[in-house]
Design a protein around this ligand. Structure first.
Ligand code: MG
Length: 397
């Protein structure tokens, strides 16, 4: 089998929403500047009215002479463009099941592309190649990886985009998702170091509300999205330790590895992170420094499924937990159910991002009673639903 063509399909469609898609946003590193602290959150699409959210997304199709097409996405336009300009020429005419060879060639060719959009482009290609490999063998990817290690996986509800300032709404949402069967929830802080005592009190109030609402026997995670500094993180941890978070996520920007390690020495709260880190060599820095308890590679960013497996092998040799960042359930499930349950106890399910990212899929994988089941289809199950596509064009470079 040979690769014959790479195509980027740009699809537009409309989600029906129950109110605005994004009610609130998370704190960001740039929020230390007052002019940015007030920025609205415009991610993933455009709110047309109270009930409609318009999305335009790029999907990568890798076509073969065997009639099999591998698909990955959505990926953002800058990365999609790099697939065509930097990687396509390395792939045409090659055997798509030779994922190790193609990964190594793509990595060695992109000498400036160890991180960021270039690595995201490579990751998307890798995921599409795994889709081809699964279809070629007539099996879901998890079976090619040696799974399943269980019949279903607990998903944790990741609550990005829900209101976090009104504790009544937090309480209602937390209870609603608990009632749906989720045994764990992650919420996102809205305030960082430059929001002063008032912001700190609000962050603490969020955690207190969650613990009081969800009860003693419930996993609660908190995400800082790289936005704290050491002093602030220590004070935050001191105040929320009594509420026993399952973990505190991404307290600092990922190059501040020493700062992660310093915080870990100061708090009993387990630390997670590195969704914005790339490749086994990037993750090795966290592992060697003992800086994190839980690693969260993003399969679509860190180097693809091939690289996530290597990161997991490295991490689990140190008895670390690996729970990939969770906006791409269709590929994430194949990784998760091929890992030991003790090392990958949960799969993240970013509720709103998965609504957006699976909008065009014919068979979106959603948790049922808080559990993600095993997809049975061969490959990554990335068939598109033509009824959802209002406009389509091909990206040309
Ligand atoms: Mg996160």
């Amino acid at each position: 089998m040979k690769i014959t063509r790479l195509r980027i399909r740009r699809l537009t469609g409309t989600l029906t929403t129950d109110g605005p898609m994004w009610e609130d946003r998370l704190v960001r590193p740039i929020d230390i500047y007052p002019e940015h602290r007030r920025d609205p959150w415009r991610q993933g699409g455009q709110q047309i009215d109270e009930r409609h959210f318009r999305v335009t997304q790029d999907f990568l199709d890798i076509e073969t002479d065997a009639g099999i097409t591998g698909r990955a996405g959505p990926l953002w336009p800058d990365a999609a463009r790099l697939v065509l300009t930097q990687l396509a020429h390395l792939l045409i005419g090659q055997d798509p099941t030779a994922t190790e060879l193609l990964w190594d060639q793509m990595h060695r060719f992109q000498v400036h592309g160890r991180q960021g959009d270039a690595m995201i482009a490579l990751s998307s290609v890798d995921c599409a190649l795994w889709d081809i490999r699964g279809q070629a063998f007539g099996q879901p990817i998890w079976r090619l990886l040696g799974g399943p290690t269980r019949e279903a996986v607990p998903a944790y509800a990741s609550m990005l985009g829900y209101a976090v300032e009104d504790m009544g709404r937090v309480r209602d949402r937390a209870l609603a998702f608990k009632a749906q069967g989720y045994t764990a929830q992650k919420w996102f802080f809205r305030h960082g170091p430059m929001s002063g005592h008032e912001g700190l009190h609000r962050n603490v109030a969020l955690v207190r509300t969650l613990r009081e609402t969800l009860g003693e026997d419930y996993d609660i995670m908190l995400d800082c999205w790289q936005s704290m500094n050491f002093d602030y993180a220590v004070r935050l941890c001191e105040r929320i330790e009594e509420f026993r978070p399952r973990w505190l996520e991404e307290p600092f920007m990922p190059d501040r590895i020493d700062t992660h390690a310093k915080l870990k020495a100061k708090t009993r709260i387990p630390l997670s992170g590195a969704e914005h880190e790339y490749t086994r060599w990037g993750f090795r820095r966290f592992v060697d420094a003992g800086a994190l308890d839980i690693l969260q590679p993003d399969i679509y960013w860190c180097g693809g499924l091939s690289e996530t497996l290597k990161i997991a092998a490295l991490a689990t040799a140190h008895d670390l937990i690996v729970i990939p960042h969770g906006h791409s359930t269709p590929i994430g499930i194949h990784f998760t159910v091929a890992q030991s349950p003790i090392h990958t106890p949960y799969q993240e399910y970013l509720v709103k991002w998965n609504d957006i990212n699976m909008h065009f899929l014919a068979h979106p994988l959603r948790p049922v009673n808080g559990m993600l089941g095993l997809p049975a289809a061969a490959g990554a199950n990335m068939a598109l639903d033509p009824a959802k596509i209002e406009q389509e064009s091909e990206v040309m470079v």
